[in-house]
Ligand binder design. Structure first.
Ligand code: ZN
Length: 348
């Protein structure tokens, strides 16, 4: 164990920037990374404000943060694809490579996965971390640390776009213009959608999404989304609906939105029990897909960012110094509609 400084969630509502013992030995197949930038995620904030997410409860002090980029400072035995000085970003989930889910290629749903900042696993708001090289990805020179730290939430969008089985020229609808909804919209456009309608109640969120070519914002405080989809698709419906709002209301009319044979992709988790119109689903032969984090998305996410086809920079709302980490979290709790992603720069 090594004593290091970290942003520690002591218990619900209590954050401290303090020293803590963390394991930093570099074993075979592992790399040590000097953390540069960490994004503040909704899940980190939820542990801070609620002390739990579903079955995951903060029962002991836990370091927060799982959206990270940095520089390799040490490589373990057997690591061949990374070297000291490489700029990298990391997948926060480490599955058991021999589990049945991993062997099926679905390592994201491996029940044994150990995921940063999910109790009891520590996160990475700390200057150094040791991680498996196989879940550490080199950043091209033209991808910044800030963009590298955005790969994690963007990978969720990539997973949603992949599960949707987009066909070039498709029209998609994204319900919910939060950070994940916006990532999904960008991944859907990069994946071949001609248009992505984005629906939300908050105009500032829609304005941010509407900066991107191909996004059609719809404020559902002013317009009925079923009518609006009908108008934009000549009454046919969209090819794909991505549900990213987590709102039980979204499910009430969701089967009215896709075209016959279209798809609904569940990205947001409803906060309350939700009903689904099964008959409405059946008469259109709709396909339903769900998304849990991501698998095999990081390399392609990084390639899209490096190519310039996906620009995540406009989504970084503000960057805080490591010493101001608590300020960053209190700002995130405010949930300003003009904030998409707040980041913390651990190293200058
Ligand atoms: Zn995240």
């Amino acid at each position: 164990m090594t004593k290091v400084r970290a942003l520690v969630l002591e218990r619900q509502h209590e954050l401290a920037l303090r020293d803590i013992d963390l394991p930093l030995e570099v074993g075979p197949g592992m790399v040590k990374i000097a953390i540069h930038t960490v994004g503040v995620c909704g899940s980190d904030v939820h542990y801070y404000t609620h002390g739990r997410i579903g079955p995951f409860v903060v029962n002991a002090p836990m370091v927060l943060g799982h959206e990270a980029a940095g520089t390799v400072t040490q490589v373990g035995e057997g690591v061949t694809h990374l070297k000291v000085g490489d700029r990298v970003c990391m997948e926060p989930g480490i599955p058991d490579p021999n589990s049945r889910a991993s062997r099926l290629g679905m390592y994201n749903v491996d029940p044994a996965v150990s995921f940063w900042a999910t109790p009891p696993v520590h996160g990475v708001l700390t200057p150094e971390v040791v991680h498996p090289a196989n879940y550490t990805f080199k950043l091209p020179d033209n991808v910044s640390f800030a963009e590298g730290a955005m790969v994690e939430p963007f990978a969720v969008g990539m997973q949603a776009a992949s599960k949707a089985k987009i066909v070039p020229g498709d029209t998609a609808l994204v319900l919910g213009a939060g950070p994940i909804g916006t990532m999904v919209a960008l991944a859907a456009l990069a994946g071949g959608c001609a248009r992505v309608i984005v629906a939300d109640l908050a105009q500032p969120k829609l304005d941010i999404a509407a900066q991107y070519q191909g996004v059609i914002p719809v404020n559902i405080r002013e317009k009925n989304i079923v009518e609006e989809v009908g108008r934009l698709t000549e009454g046919w419906g969209v090819d794909i609906v991505f549900e990213c709002s987590g709102s039980p209301h979204a499910w009430k009319t969701i089967t009215d939105l896709p075209r016959p044979g279209g798809a609904i992709v569940i990205v947001g988790l409803p906060v309350e029990p939700t009903t689904l119109d099964i008959a409405g689903l059946s008469v259109k032969e709709l396909r339903i897909e769900s998304v849990f984090r991501y698998a095999h998305q990081y390399d392609r996410a990084i390639a899209l960012i490096a190519s310039g086809k996906v620009d995540l920079k406009p989504l970084i709302s503000e960057t805080f110094a490591f010493e101001d980490s608590r300020k960053a979290f209190d700002r995130a709790v405010e949930a300003r509609p003009t904030d998409v992603k707040l980041q913390i720069r651990v190293a200058e």
